[in-house]
Structure formats: C-alpha cells, structure tokens
Design a protein around this ligand. Structure first.
Ligand code: HEM
Length: 166
C-alpha cells in the first residue's frame, strides 16, 4: 500500500503566496520611494495626466473584455488586440504616477499601478513560453485590476464622480 501523494497544487500555491507577498512588499517600498521623491501638499496633478489616463482606460475596458471573453485565442486578432491592450495598460499605469489628486503623494490606488507593471510583463512572458493557463489567469488579474481601479475612480468625491454626478 503506497502513501497518498501530496496534493500537486501545494508547491504552486506556496509560490503564489510568496510572489504575492513580494509584490505587496515591492509596492510598499516603491510607494515609500516615490513619496519621498516629490509630491506633497504643494503637488498639482497636471490635467494632461488625467486626460491621458482617461484616453487609455476608456478603450482598455471593452478591448480587454473582448480579448478575455472571445472564444478564439492566439489568432492574429488576439495578438494584435493583446499588444494594443498591453500598451494601453502600460501607459495607464505609468501615467498614474503623475496623478496624485487624493493625497498629493502616492496613494493606495497606486498599488494597482505597481501590480500592473509587475503582472503585465509576466503575462506576456507566459504567452511567449506557451504557459497559456498562467497567461490567461494573469491577464484576468490585470483586467480585474482595471475594473477595480475604475470602480474606485467612481467613488463619491473623486474627480470622475464630481464630473459625472456633481
Ligand atoms: C475604467 C478604469 C479607470 C478609470 C475610469 C480611471 C479614472 C481615474 C481618474 C478620473 C483619476 C483622477 C482623479 C481622481 O483621483 O479621482 C484616476 C486616478 C488614478 N488612477 Fe485611475 N482609472 C481607471 C483605471 C486605473 C488603473 C487600471 C490604474 C492602475 C493601473 C489606475 C490608477 C490610478 C491612480 C494610481 C490614480 C491616482 C489616485 C490618487 O490620486 O491617489 N486607474 N483614475
């Protein structure tokens, strides 16, 4: 009688928790670094940064949804659409470091920006190395971040809320 094999997901599970903790630590360290390099109450968010942000997130939402929910994956439309989407997300995340509307410095929503900058290259790497399941899961996570950050942007009192309903 052989002993039952340990559950196969265990190592992957631990690796994922380790990576997640690393990402959080990186985000906190990055935020602390950026907070110490400029910003503060005197900082004014350049209006262009908000326009660039909106110009990238508005097409990124339907394009991302289309890429994820479309049955066919890996064809030319997926690859072109995916590159455009990755570029839009990259610009969104980088540009967001100039947006410091709420605190004048780096705020908690910038964790989404750091996560996007870390997860996007990973997802592309997974696609290139044919780890399709991990590619799909990671891209889903980045898309979820986009939607979550969009919800936060709609919170009462924030610029978008005031613009739409205020
Ligand atoms: C549908 C999606 C999104 C919409 C509609 C949206 C909209 C906005 C708007 C209007 C602002 C500026 C005004 C404010 O802070 O109230 C903002 C700020 C910000 N957004 Fe987004 N955004 C979206 C997605 C994202 C994503 C995907 C990221 C990160 C990858 C992100 C990161 C940020 C950050 C860090 C700020 C600055 C918050 C602060 O002042 O501390 N947003 N967003």
């Amino acid at each position: 009688m052989t002993a039952p094999a340990p559950p196969p997901f265990r190592a992957a599970h631990l690796r994922r928790i380790g990576l997640f903790m690393l990402l959080i630590a990186g985000a906190i360290a990055g935020a602390a670094l950026l907070r110490s390099s400029g910003g503060g109450p005197a900082y004014q968010t350049p209006p262009l940064a908000i326009w660039v942000h909106l110009a990238t997130v508005v097409p990124a939402v339907p394009l991302g949804a289309w890429l994820l929910w479309r049955q066919r994956k890996g064809d030319i439309a997926h690859r072109i659409g995916g590159r455009v989407w990755a570029l839009l997300m990259l610009v969104t995340a980088i540009d967001s470091f100039w947006i410091r509307t709420m605190t004048g410095g780096i705020g908690p929503i910038h964790i989404f920006s750091v996560l996007t900058l870390v997860q996007l290259p990973r997802a592309i790497w997974f696609a290139r190395t044919r780890q399709i399941d991990r590619h799909l899961k990671t891209m889903r996570g980045v898309f979820f971040g986009l939607i979550a950050a969009g919800f936060f942007a709609m919170a009462p009192g924030r610029t978008l809320w005031t613009f739409l309903f205020g």
